[in-house]
Ligand binder design. Structure first.
Ligand code: ADP
Ligand code: TZP
Ligand code: MG
Length: 274
């Protein structure tokens, strides 16, 4: 699976249109480049349709949304749907404020998403419309582990059926499903949750792989999350070996994504097919 997905990115490097937040925007642009795509960050309502028209994927991230950018997201998303370009949504911090909830309702109503990716608190807030006090981070009670994994899988399948798209829930164990097929990914390291942006970057990598593999967005999503997780493991090893901290880890994470190849994936991927 990984081989052809990687080859497709090499053969047809995707242009990835990101409408994202101003916290992690630079990391998102660099991670698209590191995974073989070309990033374009553009959120003015007067240009988003033109940008979507030359892109292979659209990544919408509501991290620092405002009235202006939400309007741009809707316009871009509709254009992408019209052109058959995959659209990825990261509902950052949904459930934390009225503005975020209202924006998500509009986006979900107006746009057909290929993939919605978030941590478990975000995905729960999206589905149950409950409050999310974790902000952009997962709440303690929503952490997925070996004890609650079966229950979590059933829940995420329900969410995928409701929204008719692939749902990817990230965390120590990642769950990816289209409502029928289920994939678990056990790669990654806890240090990934100690820098901001690993979730946003994961969304950008998903968009990159989906851009070149739009006929199999489930596999493209699994691959993106596996690449991020494996890169996180490599980055952690290097950080610890050098006695360094989270700043270096962030750099090594980018290095590891840029150096990722089929052999490393084949050896290190911990993907379970259900
Ligand atoms: N405790 C953990 N162990 C292993 N990998 C993790 C852990 N927490 C997060 N990750 C990985 O970090 C990336 C970002 O996930 P996450 O922290 O859930 O996103 P967000 O920052 O949006 O909450 C994903 O690739 C995920 O697999
Ligand atoms: C801290 C913060 N605040 C608004 S967006 C953002 C970044 C969130 O990034 P991630 O979800 O990747 O941790
Ligand atoms: Mg996030």
């Amino acid at each position: 699976m990984f081989k052809s997905l990687l080859e497709n990115v090499k053969l047809n490097p995707p242009l990835v249109h990101n409408i994202t937040n101003y916290v992690t925007v630079n990391d998102c642009a660099n991670i698209v480049l590191a995974s073989g795509g070309a990033p374009l960050m553009a959120d003015d309502i007067n240009e988003v349709e033109d940008i979507v028209s030359i892109s292979n994927a659209l990544n919408i991230n509501i991290g620092t949304l405002n009235k202006r950018t939400v309007e741009s997201m809707v316009k871009a998303g509709k254009k992408a749907n019209e052109l058959g370009i995959p659209v990825i949504l990261d509902p950052v911090g949904v459930g934390a404020s009225k503005l975020r909830n209202e924006a998500i309702n509009i986006l979900i109503d107006e746009i057909d998403f290929s993939v919605i990716k978030g941590n478990m608190s975000e995905i729960k807030a999206l589905y149950t419309k409950t409050k999310n006090t974790g902000g952009v981070d997962v709440q303690e009670e929503d952490v997925i582990d070996n004890q609650n994994i079966e229950e979590a899988i059933e829940f995420v399948k329900k969410v995928a059926k409701r929204f008719s798209c692939v749902i990817a829930v990230t965390g120590a164990i990642d769950i990816v499903t289209d409502g029928e097929k289920v994939r678990l990914i056990r790669n990654g390291h806890e240090m990934m949750s100690r820098i901001t942006g690993t979730g946003c970057m994961t969304g950008s990598v998903i968009a990159t792989y989906c851009g070149s593999n739009k006929n199999d967005v489930l596999s493209a999503t699994v691959m993106a999350i596996t690449v991020m997780g494996l890169a996180g493991e490599k980055a952690y090893e290097k950080t610890v070996a050098k006695g360094e901290g989270t700043g270096s880890f962030r750099t090594y994470l980018m290095d590891s994504v840029s150096l990722m190849d089929y052999e490393t994936l084949k050896e290190g991927a911990k993907v379970e097919i259900r």
